[in-house]
Unconditional design. Structure first.
Length: 223
């Protein structure tokens, strides 16, 4: 039986990488005595898969993991068993059993919601964003391991909405995520700073992932 686990990763746990996070869950599943299924072959491993890695240092309250279990267990039992053995900073928020129509979270993932806190209070930020979207394209350099290319990131931005904050400008944005198209939130912020004519400094901007979405007939729904 397959289950989808929603969890948060905050505090000091923000600074562990994806492979270490995998080990945290592998150990927790063993300590929580969850009868997880294993792959076949010479090097069997627990059958689990994350929706998408979380960048190192970023907090999240909307991460997802699919696991396969031998037999059937109450989702509440899985959640309580894992929360009892999880380190501080990781909390299981929800567990649900797969339906017959479900596909893996990595397969259906199409968008992510981020909350971003800038390092300044920008007057008329919402009006500035509205004017920015009048442009035909948002061209910015994307740097990969092999090469640097100029890309138009405008089609990957679904919404930007300013949220209240007394000292700094803060906003929420839904952008593309997943195997088909994936926009890093840092690239969006870099472009906004470029548009404003301001210098971008990574360490002065705070990012938090809030939710991951699938596309259900044109509507974004949580995984």
């Amino acid at each position: 039986m397959r289950y989808r686990i929603k969890f948060s990763k905050v505090g000091k746990m923000r600074f562990i990488g994806h492979l270490d996070l995998l080990k945290v869950f592998q150990r927790a599943i063993k300590r929580g005595e969850i009868p997880v299924s294993y792959s076949k072959g010479f090097n069997p491993h627990q059958l689990m898969g994350f929706a998408i890695p979380l960048p190192l240092g970023m907090a999240s309250v909307g991460e997802y993991l699919d696991i396969e279990i031998d037999g059937e267990i109450s989702p509440n039992k899985i959640m309580s068993s894992l929360n009892d053995v999880m380190p501080e900073g990781i909390q299981i928020l929800d567990v649900r059993q797969f339906t017959k129509d479900d596909r893996s979270c990595a397969t259906v993932l199409e968008a992510a919601l981020y909350e971003i806190l800038l390092d300044d209070k920008i007057i008329d930020f919402s009006e500035m964003i509205k004017n920015m979207f009048l442009q035909n394209s948002f061209e910015i350099e994307k740097i990969s391991k092999r090469k640097t290319k100029v890309a138009d990131i405008k089609p990957d931005i679904f919404s930007i909405e300013e949220i209240s904050n007394d000292k700094f400008t803060a906003f929420r944005t839904i952008i593309s995520a997943g195997s088909q198209r994936n926009l890093k939130p840092e690239l969006l912020v870099k472009y906004i700073y470029k548009y404003m004519g301001k210098e971008y400094e990574f360490l002065k901007v705070k990012y938090k992932r809030i939710e991951l979405f699938k596309n259900d007939n044109g509507r974004f729904l949580p995984l």
